[in-house]
Design a protein around this ligand. Structure first.
Ligand code: HEC
Length: 501
């Protein structure tokens, strides 16, 4: 107040006042009350009150806290990532060698690489779980639309960083994965082209490409993620978690009613409790469980295998990460005519649907009984993911469709019929397992120059339904007899030289 000074001048403060001032100053000094001082001077009070010392409804089970587990995994990724960055060389010539050196030479390097890898994989799984759970309880409905949309952004960034991380190994499959990812990017309307050019640092793979991927992986996306995660958590706390009562009651229709109920539950002695320490313990348990799982996976399975260095001249190996297995199985079972478009368009559709969800389903009911469609969708998604992953695991083939035709051995002359076989050989993914050429082998033998014991019609049978125990997929009903014939004819005309090894 402006006249404070005057009053002080006229009447000096009484003794008790001075004493309480001194007490306050002592309380406020970094020596006597370091924690109080830090809290005051760094303005931590409101932050802590918002994030830690707030009240929450009581009946929130432990499995609702996947979000906190994700946060913990993110910190693990930052920590291990910093260590990896100390040894990694983001140039095409040295990157592969540097990953090898981290894994084999650096002390505990294999462990840090493994932990980084498994934490990232678990993060992808948990983020899907986290989202499906929100779908079950209408976690995107008013007033939580913003929380959900920031969450969708987090989901996309997590997937993108994971895919880029995979390419940083710069081994054979990295280049293939990158091609697939860029094809997808290219399909984004209007800006797709430009995005691809920005990532590549030019029109094609060049020395800048790896540097750009590296900068995205270690700088841009993590920075963005840090901000978005903080904001997401701020919103989660602000609007509260979906409670048991909200899911039980069926008279909650508007955001206003939802907030009122939430406040009532949180403030009441009976149904509310302090987040710290009660809920904090629950939340941390889930996080520690996730961390422990990553630790164990690293110890038992180790870091991912490093393939031979990437090179731009030979075919690279298509081999997706395990958390994308379901996707290749899905592609493999689609008719070849729509598979290539599908594998690019599906992610775009999924993300669009996630963004639209709060606007499509905004009624505000949260109970499973009043949301049968949501429950059915979640069950269908989980069953499909598990089932397709199972198919992919039990058939060790690789099925990413290819845009360009398989390279031919020198001197191969194709007729109209065998040209068709050439296309089929590529489309059916035969080339992914069977190289054609003077050198090289894949999961299956190099078919050019291979001495067949079988006659052409026996070969057709073989390709139609390979014998048990052969790691080659049967494609029942997916090839006509004519297609089968062309494919085998094609295989036979590639045999322009005899096998040397
Ligand atoms: C997942 C990998 C994989 C795919 C995809 C695959 N094969 Fe095979 N194929 C194999 C393996 C492994 C063998 C070797 C089996 C053995 O003899 O041990 C084989 C064997 C063969 C043989 C040799 C039969 C013989 O005489 O021994 C032919 C021919 C053949 N494949 C053609 C094809 C054609 C055509 C396609 C595409 C329609 C195809 N393969 C797709 C893995 C694959």
């Amino acid at each position: 107040m402006s006249n404070d000074g005057k009053i002080d001048d006229q009447m000096p403060p009484a003794e008790p006042q001075a004493a309480s001032d001194t007490a306050r100053m002592r309380k406020d000094s970094p020596l006597h009350n370091p924690w109080g001082w830090v809290k005051l001077r760094f303005g931590l009070g409101p932050i802590l009150e918002h994030f830690i010392f707030h009240r929450v409804p009581k009946r929130v089970p432990w499995y609702f806290s996947a979000g906190e587990a994700l946060l913990l995994l993110f910190f693990v990724l930052l920590g291990t990532g910093i260590f990896l960055a100390l040894g990694y060389a983001p140039t095409p010539e040295d990157s592969h060698r540097s990953v090898e050196s981290i894994t084999l030479e650096q002390k505990l390097g294999w462990y840090i690489r493994g932990l980084h890898y498994w934490s990232a994989g678990l993060m992808v799984v948990l983020i899907v779980y986290h989202m499906l759970r929100q779908v079950l309880v209408g976690g995107y409905q008013p007033p939580k639309e913003g929380t959900w949309l920031v969450g969708v952004l987090l989901f996309c960034l997590t997937i993108i960083t994971s895919v880029i991380g995979y390419t940083l190994r710069w081994d054979e499959r990295a280049l293939y994965g990158l091609t697939v990812a860029l094809t997808m990017l290219n399909y984004i309307p209007v800006i797709g082209d430009e995005l691809v050019r920005i990532v590549l640092g030019g029109e094609a793979f060049n020395d800048l490409t790896l540097r750009r991927l590296y900068a995205l992986h270690v700088l841009f996306i993590p920075l963005f993620l840090c901000g978005a995660i903080f904001y997401h958590i701020y919103l989660v706390v602000l609007h509260g978690v979906t409670t048991y009562e909200e899911r039980k009651r069926d008279d909650i229709d508007t955001a206003h009613e939802q907030i009122k109920l939430h406040e009532r539950l949180t403030e009441s002695e009976k149904t509310g409790q302090d987040f710290f320490p009660y809920q904090a313990v629950k939340v941390t348990t889930f996080g520690l469980g996730a961390f422990l799982t990553a630790l164990l996976l690293t110890i038992f399975l180790g870091p991912p295998e490093l393939y031979p260095p990437a090179n731009f001249t030979e075919d690279s190996i298509p081999q997706e990460e395990w958390w994308l297995y379901w996707y290749s199985a899905l592609i493999a079972y689609l008719p070849p005519s729509i598979a290539p478009a599908f594998y690019v368009l599906m992610p775009l559709c999924v993300v669009s649907l996630l963004i639209l969800l709060p606007f499509l389903d905004e009624k505000g009911n949260r109970g499973a009984r009043r949301r049968p469609l949501a429950v059915a969708s979640v069950v269908a998604v989980i069953v499909s993911l598990v089932w397709l992953t199972g198919i992919r695991i039990s058939s060790p083939w690789m099925s990413w469709p290819r845009g360009e035709l398989a390279a031919l051995p020198k001197g191969t002359q194709l007729t109209a019929g065998t040209s068709k076989g050439h296309v089929l050989f590529t489309q059916f993914g035969c080339i992914n397992c069977h190289p054609l050429g003077e050198r090289g082998s894949g999961v299956g033998p190099n078919l050019a120059g291979y001495k067949f014991r079988l006659s052409p019609s026996e070969l057709e049978n073989y390709v139609h339904s390979p014998p048990d125990g052969v790691a080659m997929p049967p494609y029942p009903g997916r090839r006509t007899p004519q297609e089968l014939k062309s494919t085998v004819e094609f295989v036979l005309v590639t045999q322009t030289f005899t096998r040397k090894y």
